[in-house]
Design a protein around this ligand. Structure first.
Ligand code: BTN
Length: 263
């Protein structure tokens, strides 16, 4: 694996394999700041010792069982205001890859807002996107992916892995190779070349793959639990809920999903 040569145009052509690393996102950001990363560089580790998750959480992953890696991408013409568009496009293509690779029904894999990958109602992957800005545009971004592949024991009841869900061991390197190829072929990087129709398609498809779409669920905001029907995610990445107050929008940091759906 450490001699890996990606069969792609740009993702993984420059590849750094590490048996151990504190955080592939931290290392990618550091190397990128020093001008050492080409577009598509991938940093992969077998054992991440200080993995980071969204909103200051940690990402724990059993060594040699899963996939923990970061991709450095140069996004062209993506304004700060549109940054969630990339997030949506990435989520759509990750899901597209999983559905194709595992030949599942359309419903098996879902995206839990903003970009957790769920399989049969449990989290199997987390994504941490960290942008670096130039003026009001996104200059480059580090996409960190933690994918639970063969790990079988988790601290949280809502976490799972591909091996648990499909009840078999999975070839991590074949999966990784397929994922890089799929993203290389599908992920848009030049946002000014997307037509308005293509942009609207990204918004619609993202809504359609959301976990809990059109379902009444429990949420918590400012310490208060409440229920709402999940209607979608707007262009700025805010969650759209129908509550007793009508249609309400929530920013990522202002709301949490609670784990019991309402019937
Ligand atoms: C989340 O669900 O909170 C996001 C988890 C992201 C974890 C990945 S593992 C590779 C990369 N390096 C990190 O430190 N974090 C991301």
């Amino acid at each position: 694996m450490y001699n890996y040569t990606a069969n792609t145009q740009y993702i993984g052509k420059q590849f750094l394999y590490l048996t151990t690393c504190h955080s592939t996102n931290d290392l990618a950001k550091d190397l990128n700041q020093r001008g050492l990363c080409k577009n598509g560089m991938v940093i992969f580790t077998e054992n991440q010792t200080r993995g980071r998750g969204q909103q200051g959480t940690s990402w724990l992953s059993e060594p040699q069982q899963n996939l923990t890696f970061s991709i450095v991408l140069r996004l062209q013409h993506l304004s700060l205001a549109d940054q969630f568009l990339f997030n949506k496009a990435l989520s759509i293509h990750l899901l597209g890859f999983f559905r194709t690779y595992f030949s599942t029904s359309a419903d098996a894999f879902r995206i839990k807002w903003p970009n957790d990958v769920y399989l049969h109602g449990k989290k199997i992957a987390g994504i941490l996107i960290e942008n670096s800005l130039k003026g009001s545009s996104i200059n480059s971004c580090v996409v960190g992916i933690g994918l639970n592949v063969n790990q079988r024991v988790f601290d949280f009841p809502t976490a799972s892995s591909l091996a648990l869900a499909f009840n078999c061991d999975i070839n991590r390197y074949d999966l990784f190779n397929g994922l890089l190829q799929y993203l290389d072929e599908n992920l848009p990087l030049a946002f000014d070349s997307l037509s308005e129709a293509e942009i609207q398609t990204i918004h619609h498809v993202y809504d359609a793959i959301l976990y809990g779409l059109q379902e009444r669920r429990w949420f918590q905001s400012s310490g208060e639990p409440f229920t709402g029907i999940l209607k979608g995610v707007d262009e700025q990445g805010q969650l759209i809920l129908e509550t007793t107050q009508g249609i309400e929008l929530f920013e990522i940091k202002s709301i949490q999903f609670l784990n019991h759906p309402m019937n």
